[in-house]
Write a protein that binds this ligand. Structure first.
Ligand code: C2E
Ligand code: CA
Length: 318
């Protein structure tokens, strides 16, 4: 545009002849791989092609292809981990956690494949599959779940900021005839920060519909206290590393105690993640934490094990 300043930047990928290829096509494609890495590292940057980079890119591509076909052939499954009231020890909900039953590798952790999916468009397919599967399960369990018991679904930042996210969710809720009140979405602060305007709008709409929102992994990252005040958030999940270090260092205990107090004053429900010991439970109870989740109560379980668990919950040693 005439008269406007235009800022341009460049990301450069470099491949050398003959080490990185002796044909133009190979050199260009390897330089392209290196450029992609330069962009990944924050743009306005350069990167050299290396064998290691090549290996990583191929691994990522292979995993993406395997995820795509695994999604089509039913290799993914949702596990459910109970959240428990720390006053009554009753179940208040479940977090849906995705599992990939890989035909050769066995069960692959989401910590491994979700970040790969998030780099491309697969996260949308996976995210939509998770939402549909959780709502289908809610429909099936309607007679089984006590009033107020919810299923929480993890929603990735890019999924939440997709333009049609709320419309799509509304149509799924209608399709499975599930009350929005049964559903909770676990979002991260990074989601809000990276796509702020759109995500705020979506959260407001979800709030109007009646879907609950919880802020995942609170206490790490930016922990913007303004988010707690400004956004329609119902639940705050205190990150697992705080709970793990409660008995090990006094500073962690002080931070956790303060976070719990702050959330109570803002009338937010608190969930402690990763509760593994009676000592951690005792601390959390003394400091008013409302809910807990972790191996102490139950490990994530296959959907087929949930009815038995609800009928006959394990005796907890407290
Ligand atoms: P997260 O949201 O923080 O999920 C909690 C993780 O802690 C789960 O790992 C769970 O199995 C584990 N966990 C629960 N209790 C304990 C405990 O007492 N001790 C320990 N050490 N760990 C405990 P998981 O299932 O491997 O999930 C890892 C991450 O993958 C999740 O972290 C979440 O960020 C992501 N994820 C899982 N399912 C989905 C999904 O459907 N969509 C998206 N976008 N992300 C997902
Ligand atoms: Ca979560």
């Amino acid at each position: 545009m005439l008269g406007s300043a235009v800022n341009i930047g460049a990301s450069v990928g470099i491949a050398f002849y003959p080490d990185d290829g002796d044909e133009v096509d190979t050199l260009l494609s390897n330089a392209d791989i290196a450029m992609y890495e330069a962009k990944q590292q924050g743009k306005n940057n350069y990167h050299l092609f290396t064998e290691e980079l090549d290996r990583q890119v191929h691994e990522r591509l292979e995993m993406e292809q395997a995820m795509q076909s695994g999604l089509a052939s039913g290799e993914f499954e949702l596990y459910y981990q109970p959240k428990v009231s720390l006053q009554t020890m009753g179940v208040t909900g479940f977090e849906a956690l995705i599992r990939w039953n890989h035909p050769e590798r066995g069960q692959v952790s989401p910590a491994e494949f979700i970040p790969v999916a998030e780099e491309g468009s697969l996260i949308f397919d996976i995210g939509n599959w998770v939402l549909a599967e959780a709502l289908h399960q809610l429909q099936e369990w309607e007679g089984l779940l006590a009033p107020g018991v919810r299923i929480a679904v993890n929603v990735s930042s890019r999924q939440l900021s997709q333009e049609n996210f709320v419309d799509h969710l509304e149509s799924l809720l209608k399709h499975f005839d599930v009350s929005p009140d049964r559903l909770e979405l676990e979002i991260t602060e990074t989601s809000v920060l990276t796509h702020e305007a759109r995500v705020r709008l979506h959260l407001e709409r979800l709030n109007v519909i009646g879907v609950h929102i919880s802020l995942d992994d609170f206490g790490t990252g930016y922990s913007s206290l303004n988010f707690l005040r400004e956004l329609p958030i119902d639940v705050v999940k205190i990150e697992r590393s705080f709970v793990a270090n409660l008995s090990r260092d006094a500073e962690t205990s002080t931070i956790t105690y303060s976070l719990l107090e702050l959330c109570q004053r803002l009338d937010l429900t608190t969930v402690a993640e990763g509760v593994e010991t009676p000592e951690q439970l005792g601390f959390l109870q003394r400091h008013g934490c409302r809910l807990g989740q972790g191996y102490f109560f139950a490990r994530p379980m296959a959907a087929g094990d949930v009815p038995g668990y609800l009928e006959n919950p394990p005796e907890l040693q407290i």
